[in-house]
Design a binder for this molecule. Structure first.
Ligand SMILES: [Zn+2]
Length: 277
C-alpha cells in the first residue's frame, strides 16, 4: 500500500457532473430532493478528512431509496455519463504506472469505495472516497467492510516497515505466511486500519501464492551456489535479494518473503532432505 496524490477533482463539481443531464423523469425530482443533504454530507466528510477523522465518519440516516439511487448514480453516471466519465478516468490514473496501489499485483482498473456505498451512499461519487484499485482487491472486499486505510489521506502508510512474513516449517519453505506487523510508532487504530484492508483484500493468501512461485524459481540458483560454495554464500545471495527487494518496495511481498527465508536459512534443506545425494 502506498500513499497516492490526492484527486484534483472537486467533490461538488463531480456530484453535479453526475447529476446533470439525468433524463429519467422519475429520478430527476428525487435527486433534486437529495441535493442539499448530499452537499452537506460531502462537506462534513471533507472536514473530517482534513482533521484525520475520515475513518470514524458516520453517515446521516438515509432511506433504502436514496441508497439505491446513489449506487445507480455511481454505476450509470460516474462510469458512463459524458460529463462525469473523464473524472472516473482521472481517478484511475492516480495509481502510479496503473498498478493497484493496495496489492501491487495487478492493473488498477476499478475504483474502490473506502467508506462503502452501502453504509455511506451519499459519498458514492466523492473523489476522496474513491481509490483506484484492481478488481481482485475491490471485489474481494465485502460490501460492509470499512475501517481500512484511505490511500489519499493516510500519509503514514508507507513510512514504516509493516509487512512481515514467516516460514513456520523450514522443511516447507514454499509456504510463507504474511501478516501485518505493528511498527512502534503506530497506534492501534493505525494497525487496525492496515489489517482491515490487508484482510479484506485477501493479501495474505495472494502474496503466499507469489512467494511460493518465487521460491520455486529461486531455489535452482541457490542450489547451484551451495554445490559450488558454502552456506555463507547462500546467506549472501539471500541478503542481496532482501536488499534489492527493499529498494523496490519496503512493504512489498518480496522483501517480507526473503527476510523470512533468510531468518531460517540454516534450517531449510536446500538440497533436499537427503542433501541432494
Ligand atoms: Zn489490488
Amino acid at each position: 500500500m502506498i500513499l497516492l496524490e490526492k484527486p484534483a477533482d472537486d467533490s461538488v463539481v463531480t456530484l453535479q457532473a453526475c447529476m446533470s443531464g439525468i433524463r429519467k423523469l422519475d429520478a430527476k425530482p428525487r435527486f433534486l430532493s437529495y441535493e442539499q443533504g448530499l452537499l452537506e454530507e460531502v462537506k462534513d466528510f471533507e472536514d473530517a478528512c482534513s482533521l484525520g477523522e475520515h475513518r470514524a465518519f458516520t453517515s446521516k440516516p438515509f432511506t433504502k431509496g436514496l441508497k439505491k439511487d446513489m449506487i445507480w448514480l455511481y454505476d450509470n453516471r460516474l462510469l458512463k455519463a459524458v460529463a462525469a466519465r473523464p473524472i472516473y478516468d482521472r481517478l484511475i490514473l492516480l495509481a502510479p504506472r496503473r498498478v493497484c496501489p493496495i496489492c501491487h499485483l495487478a492493473i488498477a482498473d476499478t475504483l474502490d469505495h473506502c467508506l462503502p456505498k452501502s453504509s455511506h451512499p451519499r459519498l458514492a461519487v466523492t473523489p476522496l472516497n474513491l481509490v483506484p484499485s484492481c478488481s481482485a482487491c475491490n471485489l474481494s472486499k465485502s460490501t460492509e467492510s470499512s475501517g481500512g486505510v484511505n490511500l489519499y489521506l493516510d500519509g503514514w502508510i508507507d513510512q514504516e516497515l509493516w509487512l512481515e512474513a514467516k516460514v513456520s516449517d523450514p522443511r516447507l519453505p514454499e509456504s510463507v505466511e504474511f501478516f501485518v506487523g505493528h511498527p512502534g510508532r503506530w497506534s492501534n487504530e493505525q494497525q487496525n486500519a492496515v489489517v482491515a484492508t490487508f484482510d479484506s483484500c485477501n493479501l495474505a493468501e495472494r502474496y503466499a501464492v507469489c512467494a511460493a512461485s518465487e521460491f520455486r524459481s529461486a531455489i535452482f540458483g541457490i542450489q547451484k551456489v551451495l554445490r559450488a560454495g558454502t552456506m555463507d554464500d547462500v546467506n549472501d545471495v539471500l541478503s542481496d535479494a532482501v536488499e534489492s527487494a527493499a529498494a523496490d518496495r519496503i512493504n512489498g511481498w518480496k522483501h517480507a518473503a526473503y527476510r523470512a527465508w533468510l531468518s531460517v536459512v540454516d534450517e531449510i534443506p536446500w538440497l533436499g532432505e537427503d542433501g541432494g545425494s
